[in-house]
Design a binder for this molecule. Structure first.
Ligand code: HEM
Length: 140
């Protein structure tokens, strides 16, 4: 079980590296001056590649967590696990929101300011802190 937990943490950390950096690219995209097509195309390419890579990391991160929970029964019926799963659903929703925002940015339909994307970029920090406290401290 410890190998599963070890790789769960490795993939969680990698998933979050992507979730921290992707909205950063959105901040830059929202600040690209009109007419700077080359810079816009470069940032869009980076964002698409990073989204694909981050999604590939999210799958084993969640799968290994489910293995710990359902396979080994760790946290089954525990309040902290249910709360953690709630946070996980928010994280998956955030990941999906990044894909939708990228589609809108690529189509030139995004009306969000760079300031909005800076606040949006802070959310994964809150999710990570909440999930790690729940699973390590197990407060309830
Ligand atoms: C469906 C998704 C997930 C499930 C079912 C899940 C389940 C679990 C389970 C059962 C453990 C073992 C807890 C223990 O041994 O005490 C664990 C460990 C851990 N999980 Fe998850 N997890 C999921 C997603 C996440 C996410 C999104 C994060 C971080 C944001 C995360 C962070 C951790 C950490 C840091 C540990 C190690 C805790 C320790 O060693 O005390 N997990 N996870």
């Amino acid at each position: 079980m410890l190998w599963v937990k070890a790789f769960h943490i490795v993939f969680i950390a990698s998933w979050f590296a992507g979730l921290f950096y992707l909205p950063r690219i959105f901040v830059n995209l929202a600040m690209v001056p009109v007419g700077s097509d080359a810079e816009r195309a470069r940032l869009l390419l980076m964002a698409r590649k990073l989204l694909r890579f981050t999604t590939m990391l999210a799958v084993p991160a969640v799968a290994l967590g489910l293995w710990l929970w359902l396979g080994y029964g760790v946290g089954r019926g525990a309040g902290w696990m249910h709360a953690k799963l709630g946070i996980v659903l928010l994280i998956i929703g955030y990941h999906h929101a990044c894909a939708v925002l990228l589609r809108k940015l690529a189509a030139g339909e995004s009306r969000r300011s760079h300031a909005w994307f800076r606040w949006f970029n802070e959310l994964p920090v809150l999710f990570l802190v909440a999930a790690v406290i729940l699973v390590v401290v197990k407060p309830f």
